[in-house]
Design a protein around this ligand. Structure first.
Ligand code: NAD
Ligand code: DAU
Length: 360
């Protein structure tokens, strides 16, 4: 691993991974290709550990000529592909962008990598294409079902999940048919610094601090398996270093909780940090709103493969990860405020579920 192309490295997980890789790999150079959609921001890339080894390129993964040029100019040997449209609610309101970026964009990268790495111009070193995916491709679990394993059949339910499943299938086919040295990881819900406040945890924090309703979809008893983002970064790094090409690895936090439990815990942490706030106790802001259409009830990951084969396990309990997360958002109010002021964020909040009439 010498020259790494990271796609989507100005987004939530991608920017955390850029930081992580610069820290743990002192010789690696990073080219970060990101279209800076509403979800990406250069604010997420401030104060990197060693900025001289990071080049940011503003561009779209669907631009084949640009990707070709970057691969050759930087003699890229490793691609870590995060770029995606990532929010389920947005995929319900406008699925087209998800097909474009997640399917067409992934296809473009796979073709470009195959073309370059099969050519005489490519450096004579080990190559790797790592594709980042999600647990949502496996569908929804009932309460007593065992967690998803790498052998669970795909059954995506939302347009987002379907587009990620399609990209996983393409990636797998490129490994199988063309021998592209490729690995896939499917991960559960991440949380932590730099997460865009359309997702559950930062949205609840932002609204609570402003004394706005905390919109819980439906009964709030949907279960997710929460993973602190830095643990995800470490898992990806382990797969890059020791994973077997052609293999898929599930990643999860071993932290199943209902959405209501998450929101209540956040409220308790905020009560302790801001006992004198006019909005405390914050749980009084919890408001049940109509459910997400097609809402998956439960996700959970069987992570024994990555634990036993690569020696990775999550380091953060939910309690520890949530405390660190709240602390980060409280210390980085300016980051949150900058997003809150943006027109694209305000227009999203206006069409999203927030503010709709409560169901209970
Ligand atoms: P994000 O929405 O925060 O960031 C996505 C980034 O991709 C943004 O910086 C955006 O500007 C960029 N991007 C979007 N379209 C692009 C395009 N056409 N060309 C170039 N860049 C583009 O997403 P995230 O939450 O950081 O997720 C990153 C990856 O991890 C995604 O592939 C997602 O499916 C996967 N994932 C996310 C989670 C999670 O909980 N957030 C869990 C499992 C897997
Ligand atoms: O499981 C991995 C997936 O996790 C990733 O692939 C996705 O990119 C990521 O967005 C996330 O998807 P979810 O739909 O699970 O995350 P979200 O934060 O949108 O919602 C988490 C749960 O909280 C879900 O059950 C819906 C619920 N929810 C969400 C929001 C934004 C609410 O009840 N209220 C809300 O306002």
């Amino acid at each position: 691993m010498n020259n790494v192309l990271i796609t989507g490295g100005a987004g939530f997980i991608g920017s955390n991974f850029v930081r992580y890789l610069l820290r743990v790999e002192p010789d690696v150079c990073i080219v970060n290709l990101d279209a800076l959609t509403y979800a990406g921001s250069l604010e997420n890339l401030r104060a990197l550990p060693d900025p001289s080894r990071h080049i940011f390129v503003h561009g779209d993964i669907r631009e084949r000529a640009l990707v070709d040029r970057l691969l050759r100019a930087h003699r890229v040997d490793t691609i870590v592909h995060f770029a995606a449209e990532s929010h389920v609610d947005r995929s319900i309101l406008g699925p087209g962008a998800f097909v474009q970026t997640n399917v067409v964009g992934t296809f473009t990268l796979l073709e470009a990598a195959r073309d370059y790495w099969e050519s005489a111009d490519a450096p004579p070193v080990t190559k790797r294409f790592h594709h980042i995916s999600t647990d949502e491709v496996y569908g929804s679990l009932r309460p007593a079902d065992p967690p998803f394993s790498e052998r669970t059949p795909y059954a995506p339910n939302s347009p987002y999940a379907a587009s990620k499943a399609a990209s996983d299938h393409l990636a797998r086919a490129y490994a199988h048919t063309y021998g592209l040295p490729l690995t896939i990881t499917n991960c559960s819900n991440n949380y932590g610094p730099y997460q865009f406040p359309e997702k559950l945890i930062p949205l609840m924090l932002l609204n609570a601090l402003e004394g706005k309703p905390l919109p819980v979809y439906g009964d709030g008893l949907q279960v997710r398996d929460w993973l602190y983002v830095e643990d995800h970064c470490e898992a990806i790094w382990r797969v890059l270093r020791a994973g077997t090409p052609g293999e898929t690895y599930n990643i999860g936090g071993d932290n199943q909780a209902t959405n209501l439990e998450i929101v209540q815990t956040l409220c308790e942490i905020l009560n302790a940090c801001h006992p004198d706030s006019p909005h405390a106790p914050f749980a009084q802001l919890i408001t049940h709103v109509p459910d997400r259409p097609g809402h998956d009830r439960r996700y959970a990951m069987d992570i024994r493969k990555i634990q036993t084969q690569l020696g990775w396990s999550p380091r953060h309990s939910l309690a520890k990860g949530l405390r660190k997360t709240v602390d980060w958002y409280l210390r980085n109010g300016a980051w949150l405020e900058a997003i809150r002021q943006r027109g694209d964020f305000r227009s999203w909040m206006a069409v999203n579920y927030v503010g709709r009439e409560g169901v209970s």
